[in-house]
Write a protein that binds this ligand. Sequence first.
Ligand code: PLP
Length: 461
Amino acid sequence: MPVPASHNESTELKALDLAHHLPAQADYQLLEDLGGSRIITHAEGCVITDIDGKSLLDGMAGLWCVNVGYGRTELAEVAYQQMLELPYYNTFFKTATEPAIRLAAKIADKMSEGNPDLKHVFFNSSGSEANDTVLRLVRHYWTLKGEPERNVIISRRNAYHGSTVAGMSLGGMSFMHTQGGPLVPGIEHVRQPYMFNEGFGEDPIAFADACVKDIEDRILSVGPDKIAAFIGEPVQGAGGVIIPPETYWPKVEALCRKYGILLICDEVICGFGRLGQWFGHQHYGVKPDIIAMAKGLSSGYLPISAVGVSGAIVEVLKTGGDFVHGYTYSGHPTAAAVALRNIEIMEREDLIARTREVTGPYLAQALQRLAAHPLVGEVRSLGLIGAVEIVAEKGTNTRFKGTEGTAGPLVRDICIKNGLMVRGIRDSIVMCPPLIISEAEIDQLVSTIEASLNEAEPQLR
Ligand code: PLP
């Protein structure tokens, strides 16, 4: 068991945090008012522990990423060995390293299931960087094909594709667009397949058709010969775990083929087992031309991301001389060695099938217990990602007046107090636990949400 820090050490670190550290996605004034960040010091399996000795079941796998769970000694050992052998070398100017090459081959093997042409891999360090690569690559591709005016990318409102300028421009979160603009031009945002909010009570197939029609309408209004690609997360994660109707993706794919548009799946959250397949698009049976991946690729043990690219696209890139794009840490050998072993762990422990056949269905069933709760409008999950919608009136999607859009964070804070790390997104609680989560831990996750909803009810009403 980790030893909690002394009171003095905890107080000192919180003071240093406030004085010098700017954490990600934070309201700095609020953080100051709260007396600093929660400092996480230790983790094992699915449990994280903070500096004051409080343990929490990590219902978010860190930030949707620690798929194999915490405390994997063999990943530390692989990193150690690789650092002794070759800690770093780049992949610029006709060089490569063994871990980068072997990892690319391993990813190609996983991508090729049902999509044999998806077999090339470009490395980056984060999901945002992966999407920057996607944007440049797609536009470069169409220029080489002699259609430079095909540079518009269609994305969805409320999509999350990262925090870099390209990532947040591709993303569809309006509150992000208001900071740090102007945005990258040539990105169009269309309707998201968020049934609970935007198609409540509708037939799922008709709702999916309406969302796909919105894409087609936009293609026609911009001009089909100007559209380079469509990008989407198989299941929107940060937008609130938005699981589209099953017919949505095959129809999006058909639309892309109809107009000769590239199909890009952002697999940063859905990749590496989250939906019970190696990649989320494999669940929906579609064949993207390009995919972005990160997070579960290394289970967050080291930063690494990748872009999977079809052979057909690479053949076109070959006609263009240098692709003048890359990062100092593209294919970082230590990160690549850790990612490779991380994938081997998933294979060895059969985590993908376990998610699909055991823990995913178990979570879905456990969440059903919450469906009857007076504050719950909907529970939904696919594999090991899920959401609970909080409503004011049972049987509707009406939110609490006055606190609209904040019920999720309110319940999240109570969950944390009760020993569970989840995320509150607007009026929902979302979860994305490590793929090693046990059935007992799933029960604990669900019953803590239930107890926290009960506790929140008087504050909400
Ligand atoms: N794409 C998706 C779907 C994501 O969920 C995220 C991060 O949550 C990103 C891209 C950005 O990844 P990163 O934070 O590693 O830059």
